[in-house]
Design a protein around this ligand. Structure first.
Ligand SMILES: [Zn+2]
Length: 1020
């Protein structure tokens, strides 16, 4: 495609069918093009910024530090930082002989604590806030004056619907032509203009001192408070207080007045509903009927409509605090949740020989830059003014000249570039897939090898790649077996290497072969492998040496290593000892052995990462296999971890079904090789801690040997410099990768968010799901650096701190109850769900299952993480088409989500519980015989088989409705959910009941008790 070309790439099929397949090739990132050259040596932790901040609630004496300490206590209670060593990029010419990277001498744990560095004093934000408040001479402005500002509502609506906000015009002049501006001022009545324009409109809370006093109740008199919130005394009054319509809203003083900026910026997109005061002790039905919608940032409509999709890019706070001090006061974590390589149904792809980027900070041009004039644009991250290149003046979409702001790069917050050669350091490498298979007696006994070989055979032609795709196999027990698959052989040739202390490649050139040229040999091998070892009595496992061999084989090209392991590695380097203690069953308060027993797997992962090899681990095991050690191999090489506990082909059919379906997705999903992801943000903000599977190469650069569409990432941020002069800030994630068809591509996502100066605005924009996901990742780190009980306490404290801050700093009238703004009403429930989640629950279970749950919290994108933390519960025995979705001629019922409590179950009904990777169809004892017959095909309750995992395809309306609903739920995730039909006698009933998060359990509080606990702590 010629320079300036533009194409649209459409994904095929449903969200988790695979998009257009790509071909294999590999390339290095360029020094000048995309990323800064890798920094050799050690990457130190990010220094903590700012002075220790006193706890704003001194009454709350706690031994456990809060989970997030944005700046303040980070020296003492540092959030874990990816403190790992940066492997230098291998020199392109001499890959094969490259010695292993220097061992990370200081890598004494997965999450070394941040070294205690002297905190840099933070310039106090309050003095600089003063000028803004000085104009607030009307300190005693009575509420009527405020009311006047917003009334009459029709006028206000008119103002914003007809006249673009002046501030907006000022911010993004490229969106407005000069005549529009002129018109704007001629239409707006001068007094209003004077009053509103420009800052006061965006930040009207700085207008009056009453707004200020609202934020800082200690300076306020009780009468003033009463005046501000005359009717917020009881929950029932609240319910009536904030009706949906604007007219009513502004006719009464309401929560909206806490944040006039929200109202003025975007009346439509951010209803003040988010600040409605909710008394959790009284309001029980908190769940929305369907899924919880992400908050919409409070931006002008034309900016918001171009903003990045929340499915790809979310921030815990959709309104960014102006200062770190303000953020600290809110006691909310600030971070980003990313799903950067998500399968997208629509993705604009641009081919350009000259990708336009800021000359100073290398930001890609995006919808949120400003055009100073037709020839110059101002970077929204560093504010440098750049020239518009001549060729950017031409718009390939409209085929017109002279409108750079209409270019696709400036119209799409998510866009992909096909990168020119300057983004490569070596020629594109072929896609390379290496399979490393456990063939010990234990492994063969589970029957997994049949499933893996058969699934691979079935999908061999669907592996992403092109004519150059390479494939190879290694099997291992106490020795290592290579397979010569060279073209011309009549059958695969097995080569056994028994010296596991010094592994070498017997025939280096014929072990990783061209798939299309050697396909028959590969098919032969896959067909015969399960038989070859069926009688083995070899029980040992030399996983470590096998991994070393696989690394040697794959390191010249880079690629993907898929490891299947069924037991603890017992011989050679990397062998492990059982560490699970049966005594832990009694008391899981402090679970041991959550950190790795050896750094072998981490070191090897870093070597792999340096050579663009990612390692995916499939652990299928009935016994303890030390996932906390083995998982490091995937974690630091940007791989994925899959776990099938108690896997057995015959004895555990649901696990077999899961493995088959997961494996199909795994083998055929899109893949990017040799990837790096850089996350940039507007000057003043700074990124410090990353969560996910990757290697941190420099402060904002993640090395991803592979990137897959199912991987999620999170980062924590702090505010280093005050954002006082900014109305918005932006975040940009740029993912440079090599497609499986050998193209170097860059996928760029840009998210724009408003900056706010009041606590109420911060709270109004809080994204409870993103906050929960970030807290979960932080708590996983805390488990490893401190202890499980410490992490649990920190989670509880996060909820206490946030609600206490809301109560003391946003609410001004003392009210009874446990109060939250509506947007955070699910926070205590989600925190309780985390406390009862397998990762953090206090009752003991299998250690590997706990560790795997922790891996999931770190590697799953937000949407799937939430499924696992807070399952969906739906009554399904009376599904109707009312309110159903219609997708491609399918009618999908949408039953209402229910609270996770036994009191919601009814003996004469049936309920579906969706926990992410498993679903339960629970049947009440008195469930209608009609449902049993029409949906399950049985005559009575007692006839329901105890191990039923599939619904029969019956030709009844009830059956098709339920199956359509379950299919639809399953399609919305990239992993398979097994279905268990259960009744009272089913062995899995206990597991089902354990997910009733709101109920009292053996070791944990009920939701109501938990709320009382929070209230007690807050009012201490
Ligand atoms: Zn810049």
């Amino acid at each position: 495609m010629s320079s300036g070309g533009f194409a649209s790439q459409n994904g095929a099929g449903g969200p988790y069918s695979n998009g257009p397949s790509q071909s294999p090739v590999g390339v290095f990132s360029s020094n000048q093009g995309f990323m800064a050259p890798p920094q050799p040596g050690y990457i130190n932790t990010v220094p903590s910024k700012g002075p220790p901040q006193p706890q704003s609630h001194p009454i709350m004496h706690r031994s456990t530090p809060p989970l997030f300490q944005p700046l303040a206590n980070s020296v003492n209670h540092a959030p874990p930082v990816m403190n790992v060593m940066a492997p230098p990029l291998p020199p392109p010419a001499a890959v094969r002989g490259t010695p292993p990277l220097p061992p990370p001498a200081h890598s004494d744990g997965v999450f070394p604590a941040r070294p205690g560095q002297m905190p840099r004093p933070l310039t106090s934000s309050y003095p600089s806030l003063q000028p803004a408040y000085q104009s607030a001479s009307s300190a005693q402005t009575p509420p009527p004056a405020q009311t006047q500002l917003y009334t009459p509502p029709p006028a206000q609506t008119q103002l914003y619907s007809q006249t673009p906000p002046p501030a907006q015009t000022q911010l993004y002049p490229q969106m407005q032509t000069a005549p529009a501006q002129t018109q704007l001022y001629s239409q707006t009545p001068p007094p209003a203009q004077t009053q509103l324009y420009p800052q006061t409109q965006l930040y009207p809370q700085t207008q009056t001192a009453s707004a200020q006093t609202q934020l800082y109740p200690q300076t306020q008199t009780a009468s003033a408070q009463t005046q501000l919130y005359p009717q917020t005394q009881t929950a029932s009054a609240q319910t009536q207080l904030y009706p949906q319509t604007q007219t009513q809203l502004y006719s009464q003083p309401s929560a909206a007045q806490l944040s006039p900026s929200l109202a003025s910026l975007s009346l439509q997109s951010q209803p003040p509903e988010s600040l409605r005061v909710v008394n959790l002790l009284q309001e029980r039905s908190l769940l929305p009927p369907g899924s919880v919608p992400p908050p919409v940032p409070c931006l002008p409509h034309d900016l918001q409509k171009m903003n990045c999709s929340p499915e790809v890019f979310r921030c815990t706070l959709t309104s960014i605090p102006q200062t770190q001090a303000l953020l600290n006061k809110a006691k909310l974590p600030l971070g980003l949740l990313l799903h950067p390589f998500k399968d997208l149904s629509q993705l604009p792809v641009v081919t350009s020989s000259n990708i336009v980027r800021c000359r100073s900070c290398r930001t890609y041009i995006n919808p949120f830059v400003t055009f100073v004039d037709a020839r110059r644009w101002k970077c929204n991250l560093c504010h440098r003014v750049n020239d518009v290149p001549e060729e950017f003046m031409y718009n390939p979409v409209s085929r017109s000249y002279g409108a750079p702001h209409k270019r696709p790069e400036v119209q799409n917050a998510t866009i992909e570039f096909i990168a020119p050669s300057e983004y490569m350091l070596r020629p594109p490498q072929p896609a390379a897939y290496l399979f490393l298979l456990d063939v010990s007696h234990n492994a063969l006994e589970t029957g997994y090898l049949d499933v893996v070989c058969q699934t691979l055979l079935d999908n061999l032609d669907s592996l992403p790649g092109d004519a150059r795709t390479k494939i190879g196999f290694i099997t291992f027990d106490s020795t290592i077996h290579f397979y010569n698959l060279q073209e011309g052989l009549s059958q695969p040739q097995m080569l056994v290497v028994s010296d596991i202390d010094d592994v070498f490649l017997p025939t280096p050139d014929s072990l990783l072969v061209n798939l299309s040229e050697c396909k028959e040999l590969v098919q032969d091998l896959l067909a015969s492998l399960p038989q070859m070892f069926s009688r083995t009595m070899e029980t040992q496992s030399a996983l470590g040496p096998a991994l070393q061999a696989a690394f040697k084989l794959l390191s010249p090209t880079g690629g993907r290593m898929s490891v299947f392991q069924t037991q603890l590695p017992t011989v050679g380097i990397g062998s492990l000892k059982p560490r699970e203690e049966p005594s832990q069953k009694a008391n899981a308060k402090d679970v041991q052995h959550l950190s790795p027993a050896t750094d072998f797997y981490k070191k090897l992962a870093l070597d792999c990462s340096g050579h663009h090899v990612a390692v995916d681990l499939f652990l299928l095991s009935a016994q303890y296999s030390d996932l906390s050690s083995l998982g490091c191999i995937s974690r630091y090489s940007a791989g994925s971890v899959y776990f099938y506990p108690s896997y057995h082909k015959q004895h555990n059919p649901p696990q077999t079904e899961r493995l088959q379906k997961d494996l199909k997705r795994y083998l055929t999903r899109k893949i990017g090789f040799e990837a790096v992801m850089r996350i940039r943000c507007t000057k003043g903000l700074s990124i410090h801690t990353f969560h996910g599977n990757f290697f941190v190469r420099s402060t904002d650069l993640l090395s991803l040997a592979n990137v897959n569409p199912d991987a999620g990432f999170a980062v924590q941020m702090s505010i280093e410099e005050n954002l006082l002069d900014l109305q918005t800030v932006s975040f940009q994630a740029a993912l440079l990768y090599t497609s499986s068809k050998g193209e170097r591509r860059i996928r760029v996502h840009t998210l724009c968010l408003p900056v706010v100066s009041s606590l109420s605005d911060i709270f109004a924009g809080a994204d409870v799901q993103a906050i929960t996901a970030l807290l979960a990742s932080m708590a996983v780190d805390r488990c490893v650096t401190a202890s499980l009980s410490d992490a649990r306490d920190a989670l509880i404290n996060a909820a206490i701190d946030t609600l206490a801050s809301y109560r003391s700093s946003v609410l001004t009238v003392p009210q009874p109850g446990l109060l939250t703004p509506a947007c955070l009403r699910l926070l205590p429930l989600y925190i309780l769900a985390l406390l009862k989640h397998k990762a953090f629950r206090a009752i003991s279970g299998r250690l590997d299952e706990r560790v795997f749950s922790m891996c999931q919290l770190k590697q799953q994108p937000l949407a799937f993480l939430l499924m696992m933390v807070h399952p969906g519960l739906y009554r399904v025995d009376q599904l109707t088409d009312e309110g159903a979705l219609n997708i491609n001629d399918r009618t999908i019922p949408q039953p209402r989500a229910q609270q996770l409590s036994v009191e919601k179950l009814s003996r004469d009904a049936a309920f579906l519980m969706d926990c992410g990777t498993v679903m339960y169809l629970w049947l009440g004892r008195n469930c209608s015989p009609e449902f049993l017959t029409q949906v399950l095909g049985v005559d009575g309750y007692a006839d329901v088989p105890l191990n039923m995992i599939q619904l029969p395809e019956l030709d009844t309306a009830q059956s098709s409705r339920l199956r359509a609903f379950i299919d639809w739920l399953r399609e919305r995730r990239p992993f398979h959910a097994v279905l268990h039909v259960i009744r009272d006698e089913s062995p899995l009933k206990a597991e089902f009941m354990q997910n009733m998060i709101e109920d009292l359990s053996e070791s944990a509080l009920s939701y109501y008790e938990f709320l009382l606990h929070l209230q007690q702590q807050i009012s201490k």
